[in-house]
Design a binder for this molecule. Structure first.
Ligand code: F6P
Length: 548
């Protein structure tokens, strides 16, 4: 197998990269304790604010010089030009010859963006109006099911970007959602997902929103077919028109599935699946929170978009987050990033970011097809605090791996339980403090700990983290937070010179699954796979008929 060669003018051969390497050597051995002691203003100086979000990045192992050198690196990679290329609709998704214009999804109607001589913002607003009319009708009980009942439950069927965005946002904004409408999500082709999420639902008052950009995704179509039979079995064929709508870019596949394209909410190939929650893919969210709140959600995105486009790099939140990420990963060796929202309702946010970051940055060749000789995406993971504290934080504090941490918190309590919220906030602040400053042996001894236990009770500290704070978790702050990470990804992709908007790496498994599915369903003795795959197929075949 031929491996593409490494680009001669690769990232790591840049003088700006070499400067950072030299600087890293000079900084090795410096502890955050010293850096804070040297500069009483550090905790307020190394901060930035935009679109309702406050970023405290002072607990990273950096100095002003580090920042200057990272900004030089961004400049050497033509960052500002690449940002402008995205906003203006250049076809920066080079392998699919597409623009990446998710920012147009939340642009005001009087700020046109032209693509092939068409104002895409006008199209976006036309779909938003169509969504609003539909959402208002459903929420007002005017959209009736086949037997004349209003809709009480919406089931979103989709996977990847057609699931993770809406499910994460619906969970995050449940405090803003109507109680008159339950929203459920079915993504996995595991029948248990369908079974468990449809449990207790009445077909007569259930609406299915089938979300698929391509409308060819195996899992989504399989679940949509299950939903169709479930609905038709109870209400008859004619009910489909009242109980199914689609969100897609593919009108002909929507029609061949049997959904009237009048009931399809469109979007465009310039919106990547993982960048699509601010498109019609957010329909189930709009149904849950209503039209004005959905508009606030889009306004939050737009506020961060405008900041990203206009703010100087040194005060630009997405750019800072991206450059600090590169520093932590490439110069300090933190190969994973953990996202720690201190908000239970953001429990799906780490999973959402896994797709956004790893599907975007998990690439091995540059735009021109040269092999990279540096790491691209970090591994992203996380859990809400404080739950994670009683699970994996041990490793964050005393493990041998250095993990970069993004803490996320909110000033206002999401419910009337204010005392609980104060405790949550105290933990949020204390965890970042503990990671940064640790506990020295002399401090442990001073606490009266027996000498034999001292090594076990020491916290080295010096572990980097970012702290992101907003006033409250609401549609606006959530939109801005998502846009922050979307643009963080763009910046890293520019530094890495990779395409953040394709996902060829998911194709091979899909193709092989089709052949394996055929073989699993068959009885033929001759299987043409490797010996392991053949044996696995025979083992699964062997269980046929033994199931309840
Ligand atoms: O997993 C690959 C992928 O193409 C994702 O990028 C996308 O979000 C998901 O599948 C679902 O695709 P679709 O919306 O076309 O069903």
């Amino acid at each position: 197998m031929s491996i593409p060669p490494v680009h001669p003018a690769r990232l790591t051969a840049l003088p700006e990269w070499a400067d950072l390497l030299r600087h890293r050597e000079a900084l090795l051995g410096r502890h955050l304790r010293e850096l804070f002691a040297e500069d009483a203003e550090r905790g307020t100086r190394l901060t930035a604010e935009a679109a309702g979000w406050y970023l405290d990045y002072s607990k990273n192992r950096i100095t002003d010089e580090t920042l200057r050198l990272l900004l030089n690196l961004g400049q050497a990679r033509g960052l500002q030009t690449r940002i402008e290329a995205m906003f203006s609709g250049e076809r920066i998704n080079s392998t699919e010859n597409r623009a990446a214009l998710h920012t147009a999804l939340r642009a005001p109607i009087d700020e046109p963006v032209e693509l092939d001589c068409v104002d895409v913002v006008a199209d976006v607003h036309a779909v938003l109006r169509q969504m609003a009319v539909f959402a208002d009708a459903v929420r007002a009980g005017q959209w009736l099911g086949a037997t004349g009942q209003p809709i009480r439950c919406v089931v979103n069927i989709g996977i990847g970007g057609s699931d993770l965005g809406p499910v994460m946002a619906c969970e995050a904004l449940r405090g803003h959602a109507t109680e008159a409408l339950a929203v459920r999500f079915v993504a996995n082709v595991d029948g248990a997902d369908f079974h468990d999420n449809l449990a207790g639902l009445d077909p007569a008052s259930t609406l299915f929103v089938i979300c698929s950009k391509t409308f060819t995704t195996q899992e989504t179509l399989a679940n949509a077919r299950l939903a169709r039979s479930w609905c038709v079995g109870a209400l008859g064929e004619a009910a489909v028109g009242r109980h199914f709508v689609a969100v897609s870019t593919n009108a002909s596949e929507v029609a061949s599935f049997g959904i009237d394209t009048q009931q399809m909410f469109g979007f465009w190939d310039f919106v990547g699946g993982r960048y699509s929650v601010s498109s019609a893919i957010g329909l189930s969210l709009m149904l849950a929170i209503g039209v004005p709140a959905f508009r606030d959600f889009l306004a939050g995105f737009n506020a961060m978009d405008e900041h990203f486009r206009a703010a100087p790099a040194a005060r630009n939140l997405p750019t800072l987050l991206a450059l600090l990420g590169i520093w932590n990963q490439h110069f300090l060796g933190a190969t994973t990033l953990t996202v720690l929202p201190y908000a239970q309702r953001l429990k799906r946010f780490p999973a959402y970011l896994q797709q956004l970051i790893m599907e975007s940055l998990g690439k091995q060749v540059t735009h021109d097809g040269w092999r990279v000789n540096y790491a691209t995406s970090p591994v992203v993971w996380g859990e809400p605090g404080t739950n994670g504290q009683h699970s994996f934080y041990q490793l964050l504090h005393q493990g041998t791996a250095l993990v970069a941490c993004d803490f996320i918190g909110f000033v206002e309590a999401p419910t009337q339980h204010r005392e609980a919220h104060s405790l949550l906030q105290a933990n949020l602040i204390a965890q970042a403090q503990a990671l940064a400053f640790g506990r020295r042996p002399d401090e442990v001894r001073a606490a009266g700990i027996k000498e034999a236990l001292v090594p076990h009770r020491v916290f080295e500290g010096n572990r980097p983290s970012n702290m992101l704070i907003a006033e409250r978790l609401d549609p606006h702050s959530l939109g801005a937070l998502i846009a922050l990470y979307e643009h963080m990804v763009l910046v890293q992709s520019v530094i890495f010179d990779i395409n953040a908007f394709d996902q060829w790496g998911v194709e091979l498994g899909k193709v092989l699954a089709q052949q394996v599915a055929t073989d699993l369903a068959g009885n033929g003795d001759t299987l043409a796979h490797d010996s392991s795959t053949n044996a696995l197929i025979r083992r699964f075949r062997g269980t046929r008929g033994s199931q309840p």
